[in-house]
Design a binder for this molecule. Structure first.
Ligand code: 5AD
Ligand code: SF4
Length: 575
């Protein structure tokens, strides 16, 4: 699907009927060409999509070629140092370009902007703009200010990031960014696509290794009516699959008695999640929309939605009611990504995860009992401070037992500002981290391959995402190493305009944003290999005649599985 570059923006009114304030911030030069590169998780991908929509509506255009762009934006990730290093290197390269081209606007968006703040400007004084993930609705204004003044334009939450309990009484301006999809509909890009819908922002869990609560602020839940409307609107434009996003998505909970509207816009609500284990929420009767209620509402009220998914789940307080909804609603995918992080209770405690290995195992057993055949994925960190060989072996045991369909393995990365940074020495030698990392990747590779082998001979439904060129290129390398069973941090191989891209070896994706990437080139060969996903998120490739390839992208097709690899299933398209 070609990007809608240079189209005249259509400005619609939001559901409330009010004009969106960003419309007032038209750039003086509407020919501004933007290069936007996105790093990190699905939240960042969604933020980039919303930023793109917002800027397009203001007359900006996008290019996949950084050399051509007059505005360069990096939407950044701080979760591990490696993700930050990539941006530092980009910024270093841009120093010379900026010297050559002083009117170039260079902006850092997202978690690095929020975490580093003015320190980043000291290191990279040629950066013109900093915008934290909680301030992205202000980007148009920042761009205008940065182009008219010599001072850097900055919008960060800083110390106000832990929002007060009374925030619901104040307008949540970021909600406007999420709502902006309603302002600049773009049916052409939506058709046959998979889309993210944010239901919860921020995180209250404070795992000791993690920067997210500091960069994305406190947990805020969006109103259920808004979420259902957004799903409905996306489906009307041709979206086939919706993935609900939240750092701890299953802790979604909206209390209707405390709902606040401002100018006709229902405001997100600070998280006061139910902490009742796998019991049901006692406050029912329409006063609370729980996560299970939300899933059922979307499933029932948006019947044309073919697939509904959610990431990322937290192992605690995942009620049986959610599992029952998944069991009873056929279009809810039987796939749960629920990071365990470690198989050792001692390490889980030091991580402040709030559950034990026994409780995690109990949860996996409940999933298996309610949803036979469900695919479960996880994340693990190796080399957390104090992790002994014994702790590591406990993680190996857990992974053997759990049989995740895939598990993203990360070496602990000490992050400034986190509780572990201040309190716990990074005492596991790098060599041990690497060895443990490789051992878990090899173990998971074997498990993933065995799960894939079990699929041989079965017919699966595949949502076709696009060509599999990158898999083709990468697979021999991956198979040769016998390692790397993962696709990307937080589940995804990125799909951009129907083109699937694998993440790099550590799972940190850096890729030009969807708006900026050209449509797939179908080439000349008579047969094209396409790639898609099963309900359980297994990547499946199959051959299709070239003339049909384009029309199959976005469809859900039946594929008989013939071959199993570590990363993918390979099958035959059934007519
Ligand atoms: N070091 C290594 N991995 C981390 N993650 C989060 N913070 C860190 C860190 N400091 C991993 C966790 C999380 C995933 C998104 O990233 O496994 O689930
Ligand atoms: Fe980070 Fe823990 Fe929150 Fe996940 S739950 S975003 S790991 S603090």
């Amino acid at each position: 699907m070609p990007p809608a570059m240079g189209r005249t923006p259509r400005l619609a009114h939001p559901p409330c009927g009010h004009a969106h304030p960003i419309i007032a911030a038209m750039p003086a030069d509407s020919a501004k060409l933007v290069y936007l590169e996105t790093f990190g998780c699905q939240m960042n991908e969604l933020d980039s999509e919303l930023v793109t929509t917002q800027l397009r509506a203001l007359g900006y255009r996008f290019t996949p070629d950084a050399e051509q762009a007059g505005v360069i934006l990096y939407n950044t990730c701080s979760v591990r140092e490696q993700a930050e290093q990539k941006v530092w290197s980009r910024l270093g390269i841009m120093r010379q370009r900026k010297a050559r081209q002083p009117d170039l606007l260079l902006g850092v968006l997202g978690c690095m902007a929020e975490r580093d703040g003015r320190d980043l400007l000291r290191k990279f004084p040629h950066v013109d703009l900093l915008c934290g993930p909680g301030e992205l609705d202000k980007l148009p204004l920042l761009l205008r200010n940065a182009s008219t003044t010599a001072e850097p334009a900055i919008a960060l939450q800083g110390n106000t990031s832990r929002r007060s309990a009374t925030l619901a009484a104040a307008e949540d301006s970021l909600e406007r960014l999420d709502l902006s999809r309603s302002f600049a509909p773009d049916d052409q890009r939506a058709a046959g696509r998979s889309s993210y819908v944010r239901i919860t922002r921020g995180c209250n869990k404070f795992c000791t290794y993690c920067v997210v609560p500091f960069t994305r602020g406190a947990e805020m839940h969006r109103p259920p009516d808004t979420i259902v409307d957004e799903c409905r609107m996306l489906v009307q434009r041709g979206v086939v699959e919706v993935t609900l996003l939240g750092q701890t998505v299953n802790h979604y909970r909206f209390e209707h008695d405390a709902a606040v509207s401002i100018d006709g816009v229902m405001q997100p609500q600070k998280g006061r999640s139910f902490t009742g284990g796998h019991e049901r929420d006692p406050v029912t009767g329409g006063r609370v929309t729980t996560f299970a209620d939300l899933l059922r509402r979307i499933h029932d009220e948006v019947p044309a939605l073919r697939r509904l998914r959610f990431v990322t789940s937290y192992p605690r307080d995942f009620g049986d009611d959610v599992l029952e909804v998944i069991r009873d609603c056929p279009r809810l995918c039987r796939y749960i990504h629920v990071p365990v992080q470690s198989g050792s209770n001692r390490i889980l405690e030091a991580m402040n995860r709030g559950y034990t290995v026994e409780e995690y195992r109990d949860f996996i057993e409940r999933i298996r009992a309610h949803l036979p055949g469900a695919m479960i994925a996880s994340d693990v960190i190796v080399g957390f401070p104090g992790e002994t060989e014994e702790d590591f072996e406990a993680t190996v045991d857990l992974m053997r037992w759990a049989r995740f369909k895939n598990c993203f393995v990360f070496k602990y990365s000490r992050r400034p500002g986190t509780p572990a940074y201040d309190r716990l020495p990074d005492d596991v030698p790098d060599e041990a981290k690497r060895r443990r990392n490789n051992a878990l990747l090899a173990l998971q590779g074997a498990i993933s391959r065995a799960i894939h082998v079990e699929h041989i001979g079965r017919t699966v439904e595949v949502f076709v995402e696009g060509m599999s060129t990158v898999q083709n290129r990468r697979e021999p390398v991956l198979a040769g190493e016998g390692l790397r069973p993962r696709i990307a941090a937080g589940v995804t191989g990125l799909t951009i305009n129907g083109l699937s891209l694998l993440a790099d070896e550590e799972g940190d994706c850096g890729t030009a944003c969807a708006a900026a990437v050209a449509a797939p080139e179908w080439g000349e060969s008579a047969i094209v290999q396409l790639s898609g996903r099963t309900e359980g998120d297994l990547i499946t490739v199959f051959d299709a005649p070239r003339e049909r390839a384009q029309s199959l992208v976005g469809a859900i097709v039946a594929v008989r599985i013939d071959e199993a690899r570590t990363l993918t299933l390979k099958g035959t398209l059934l007519e």
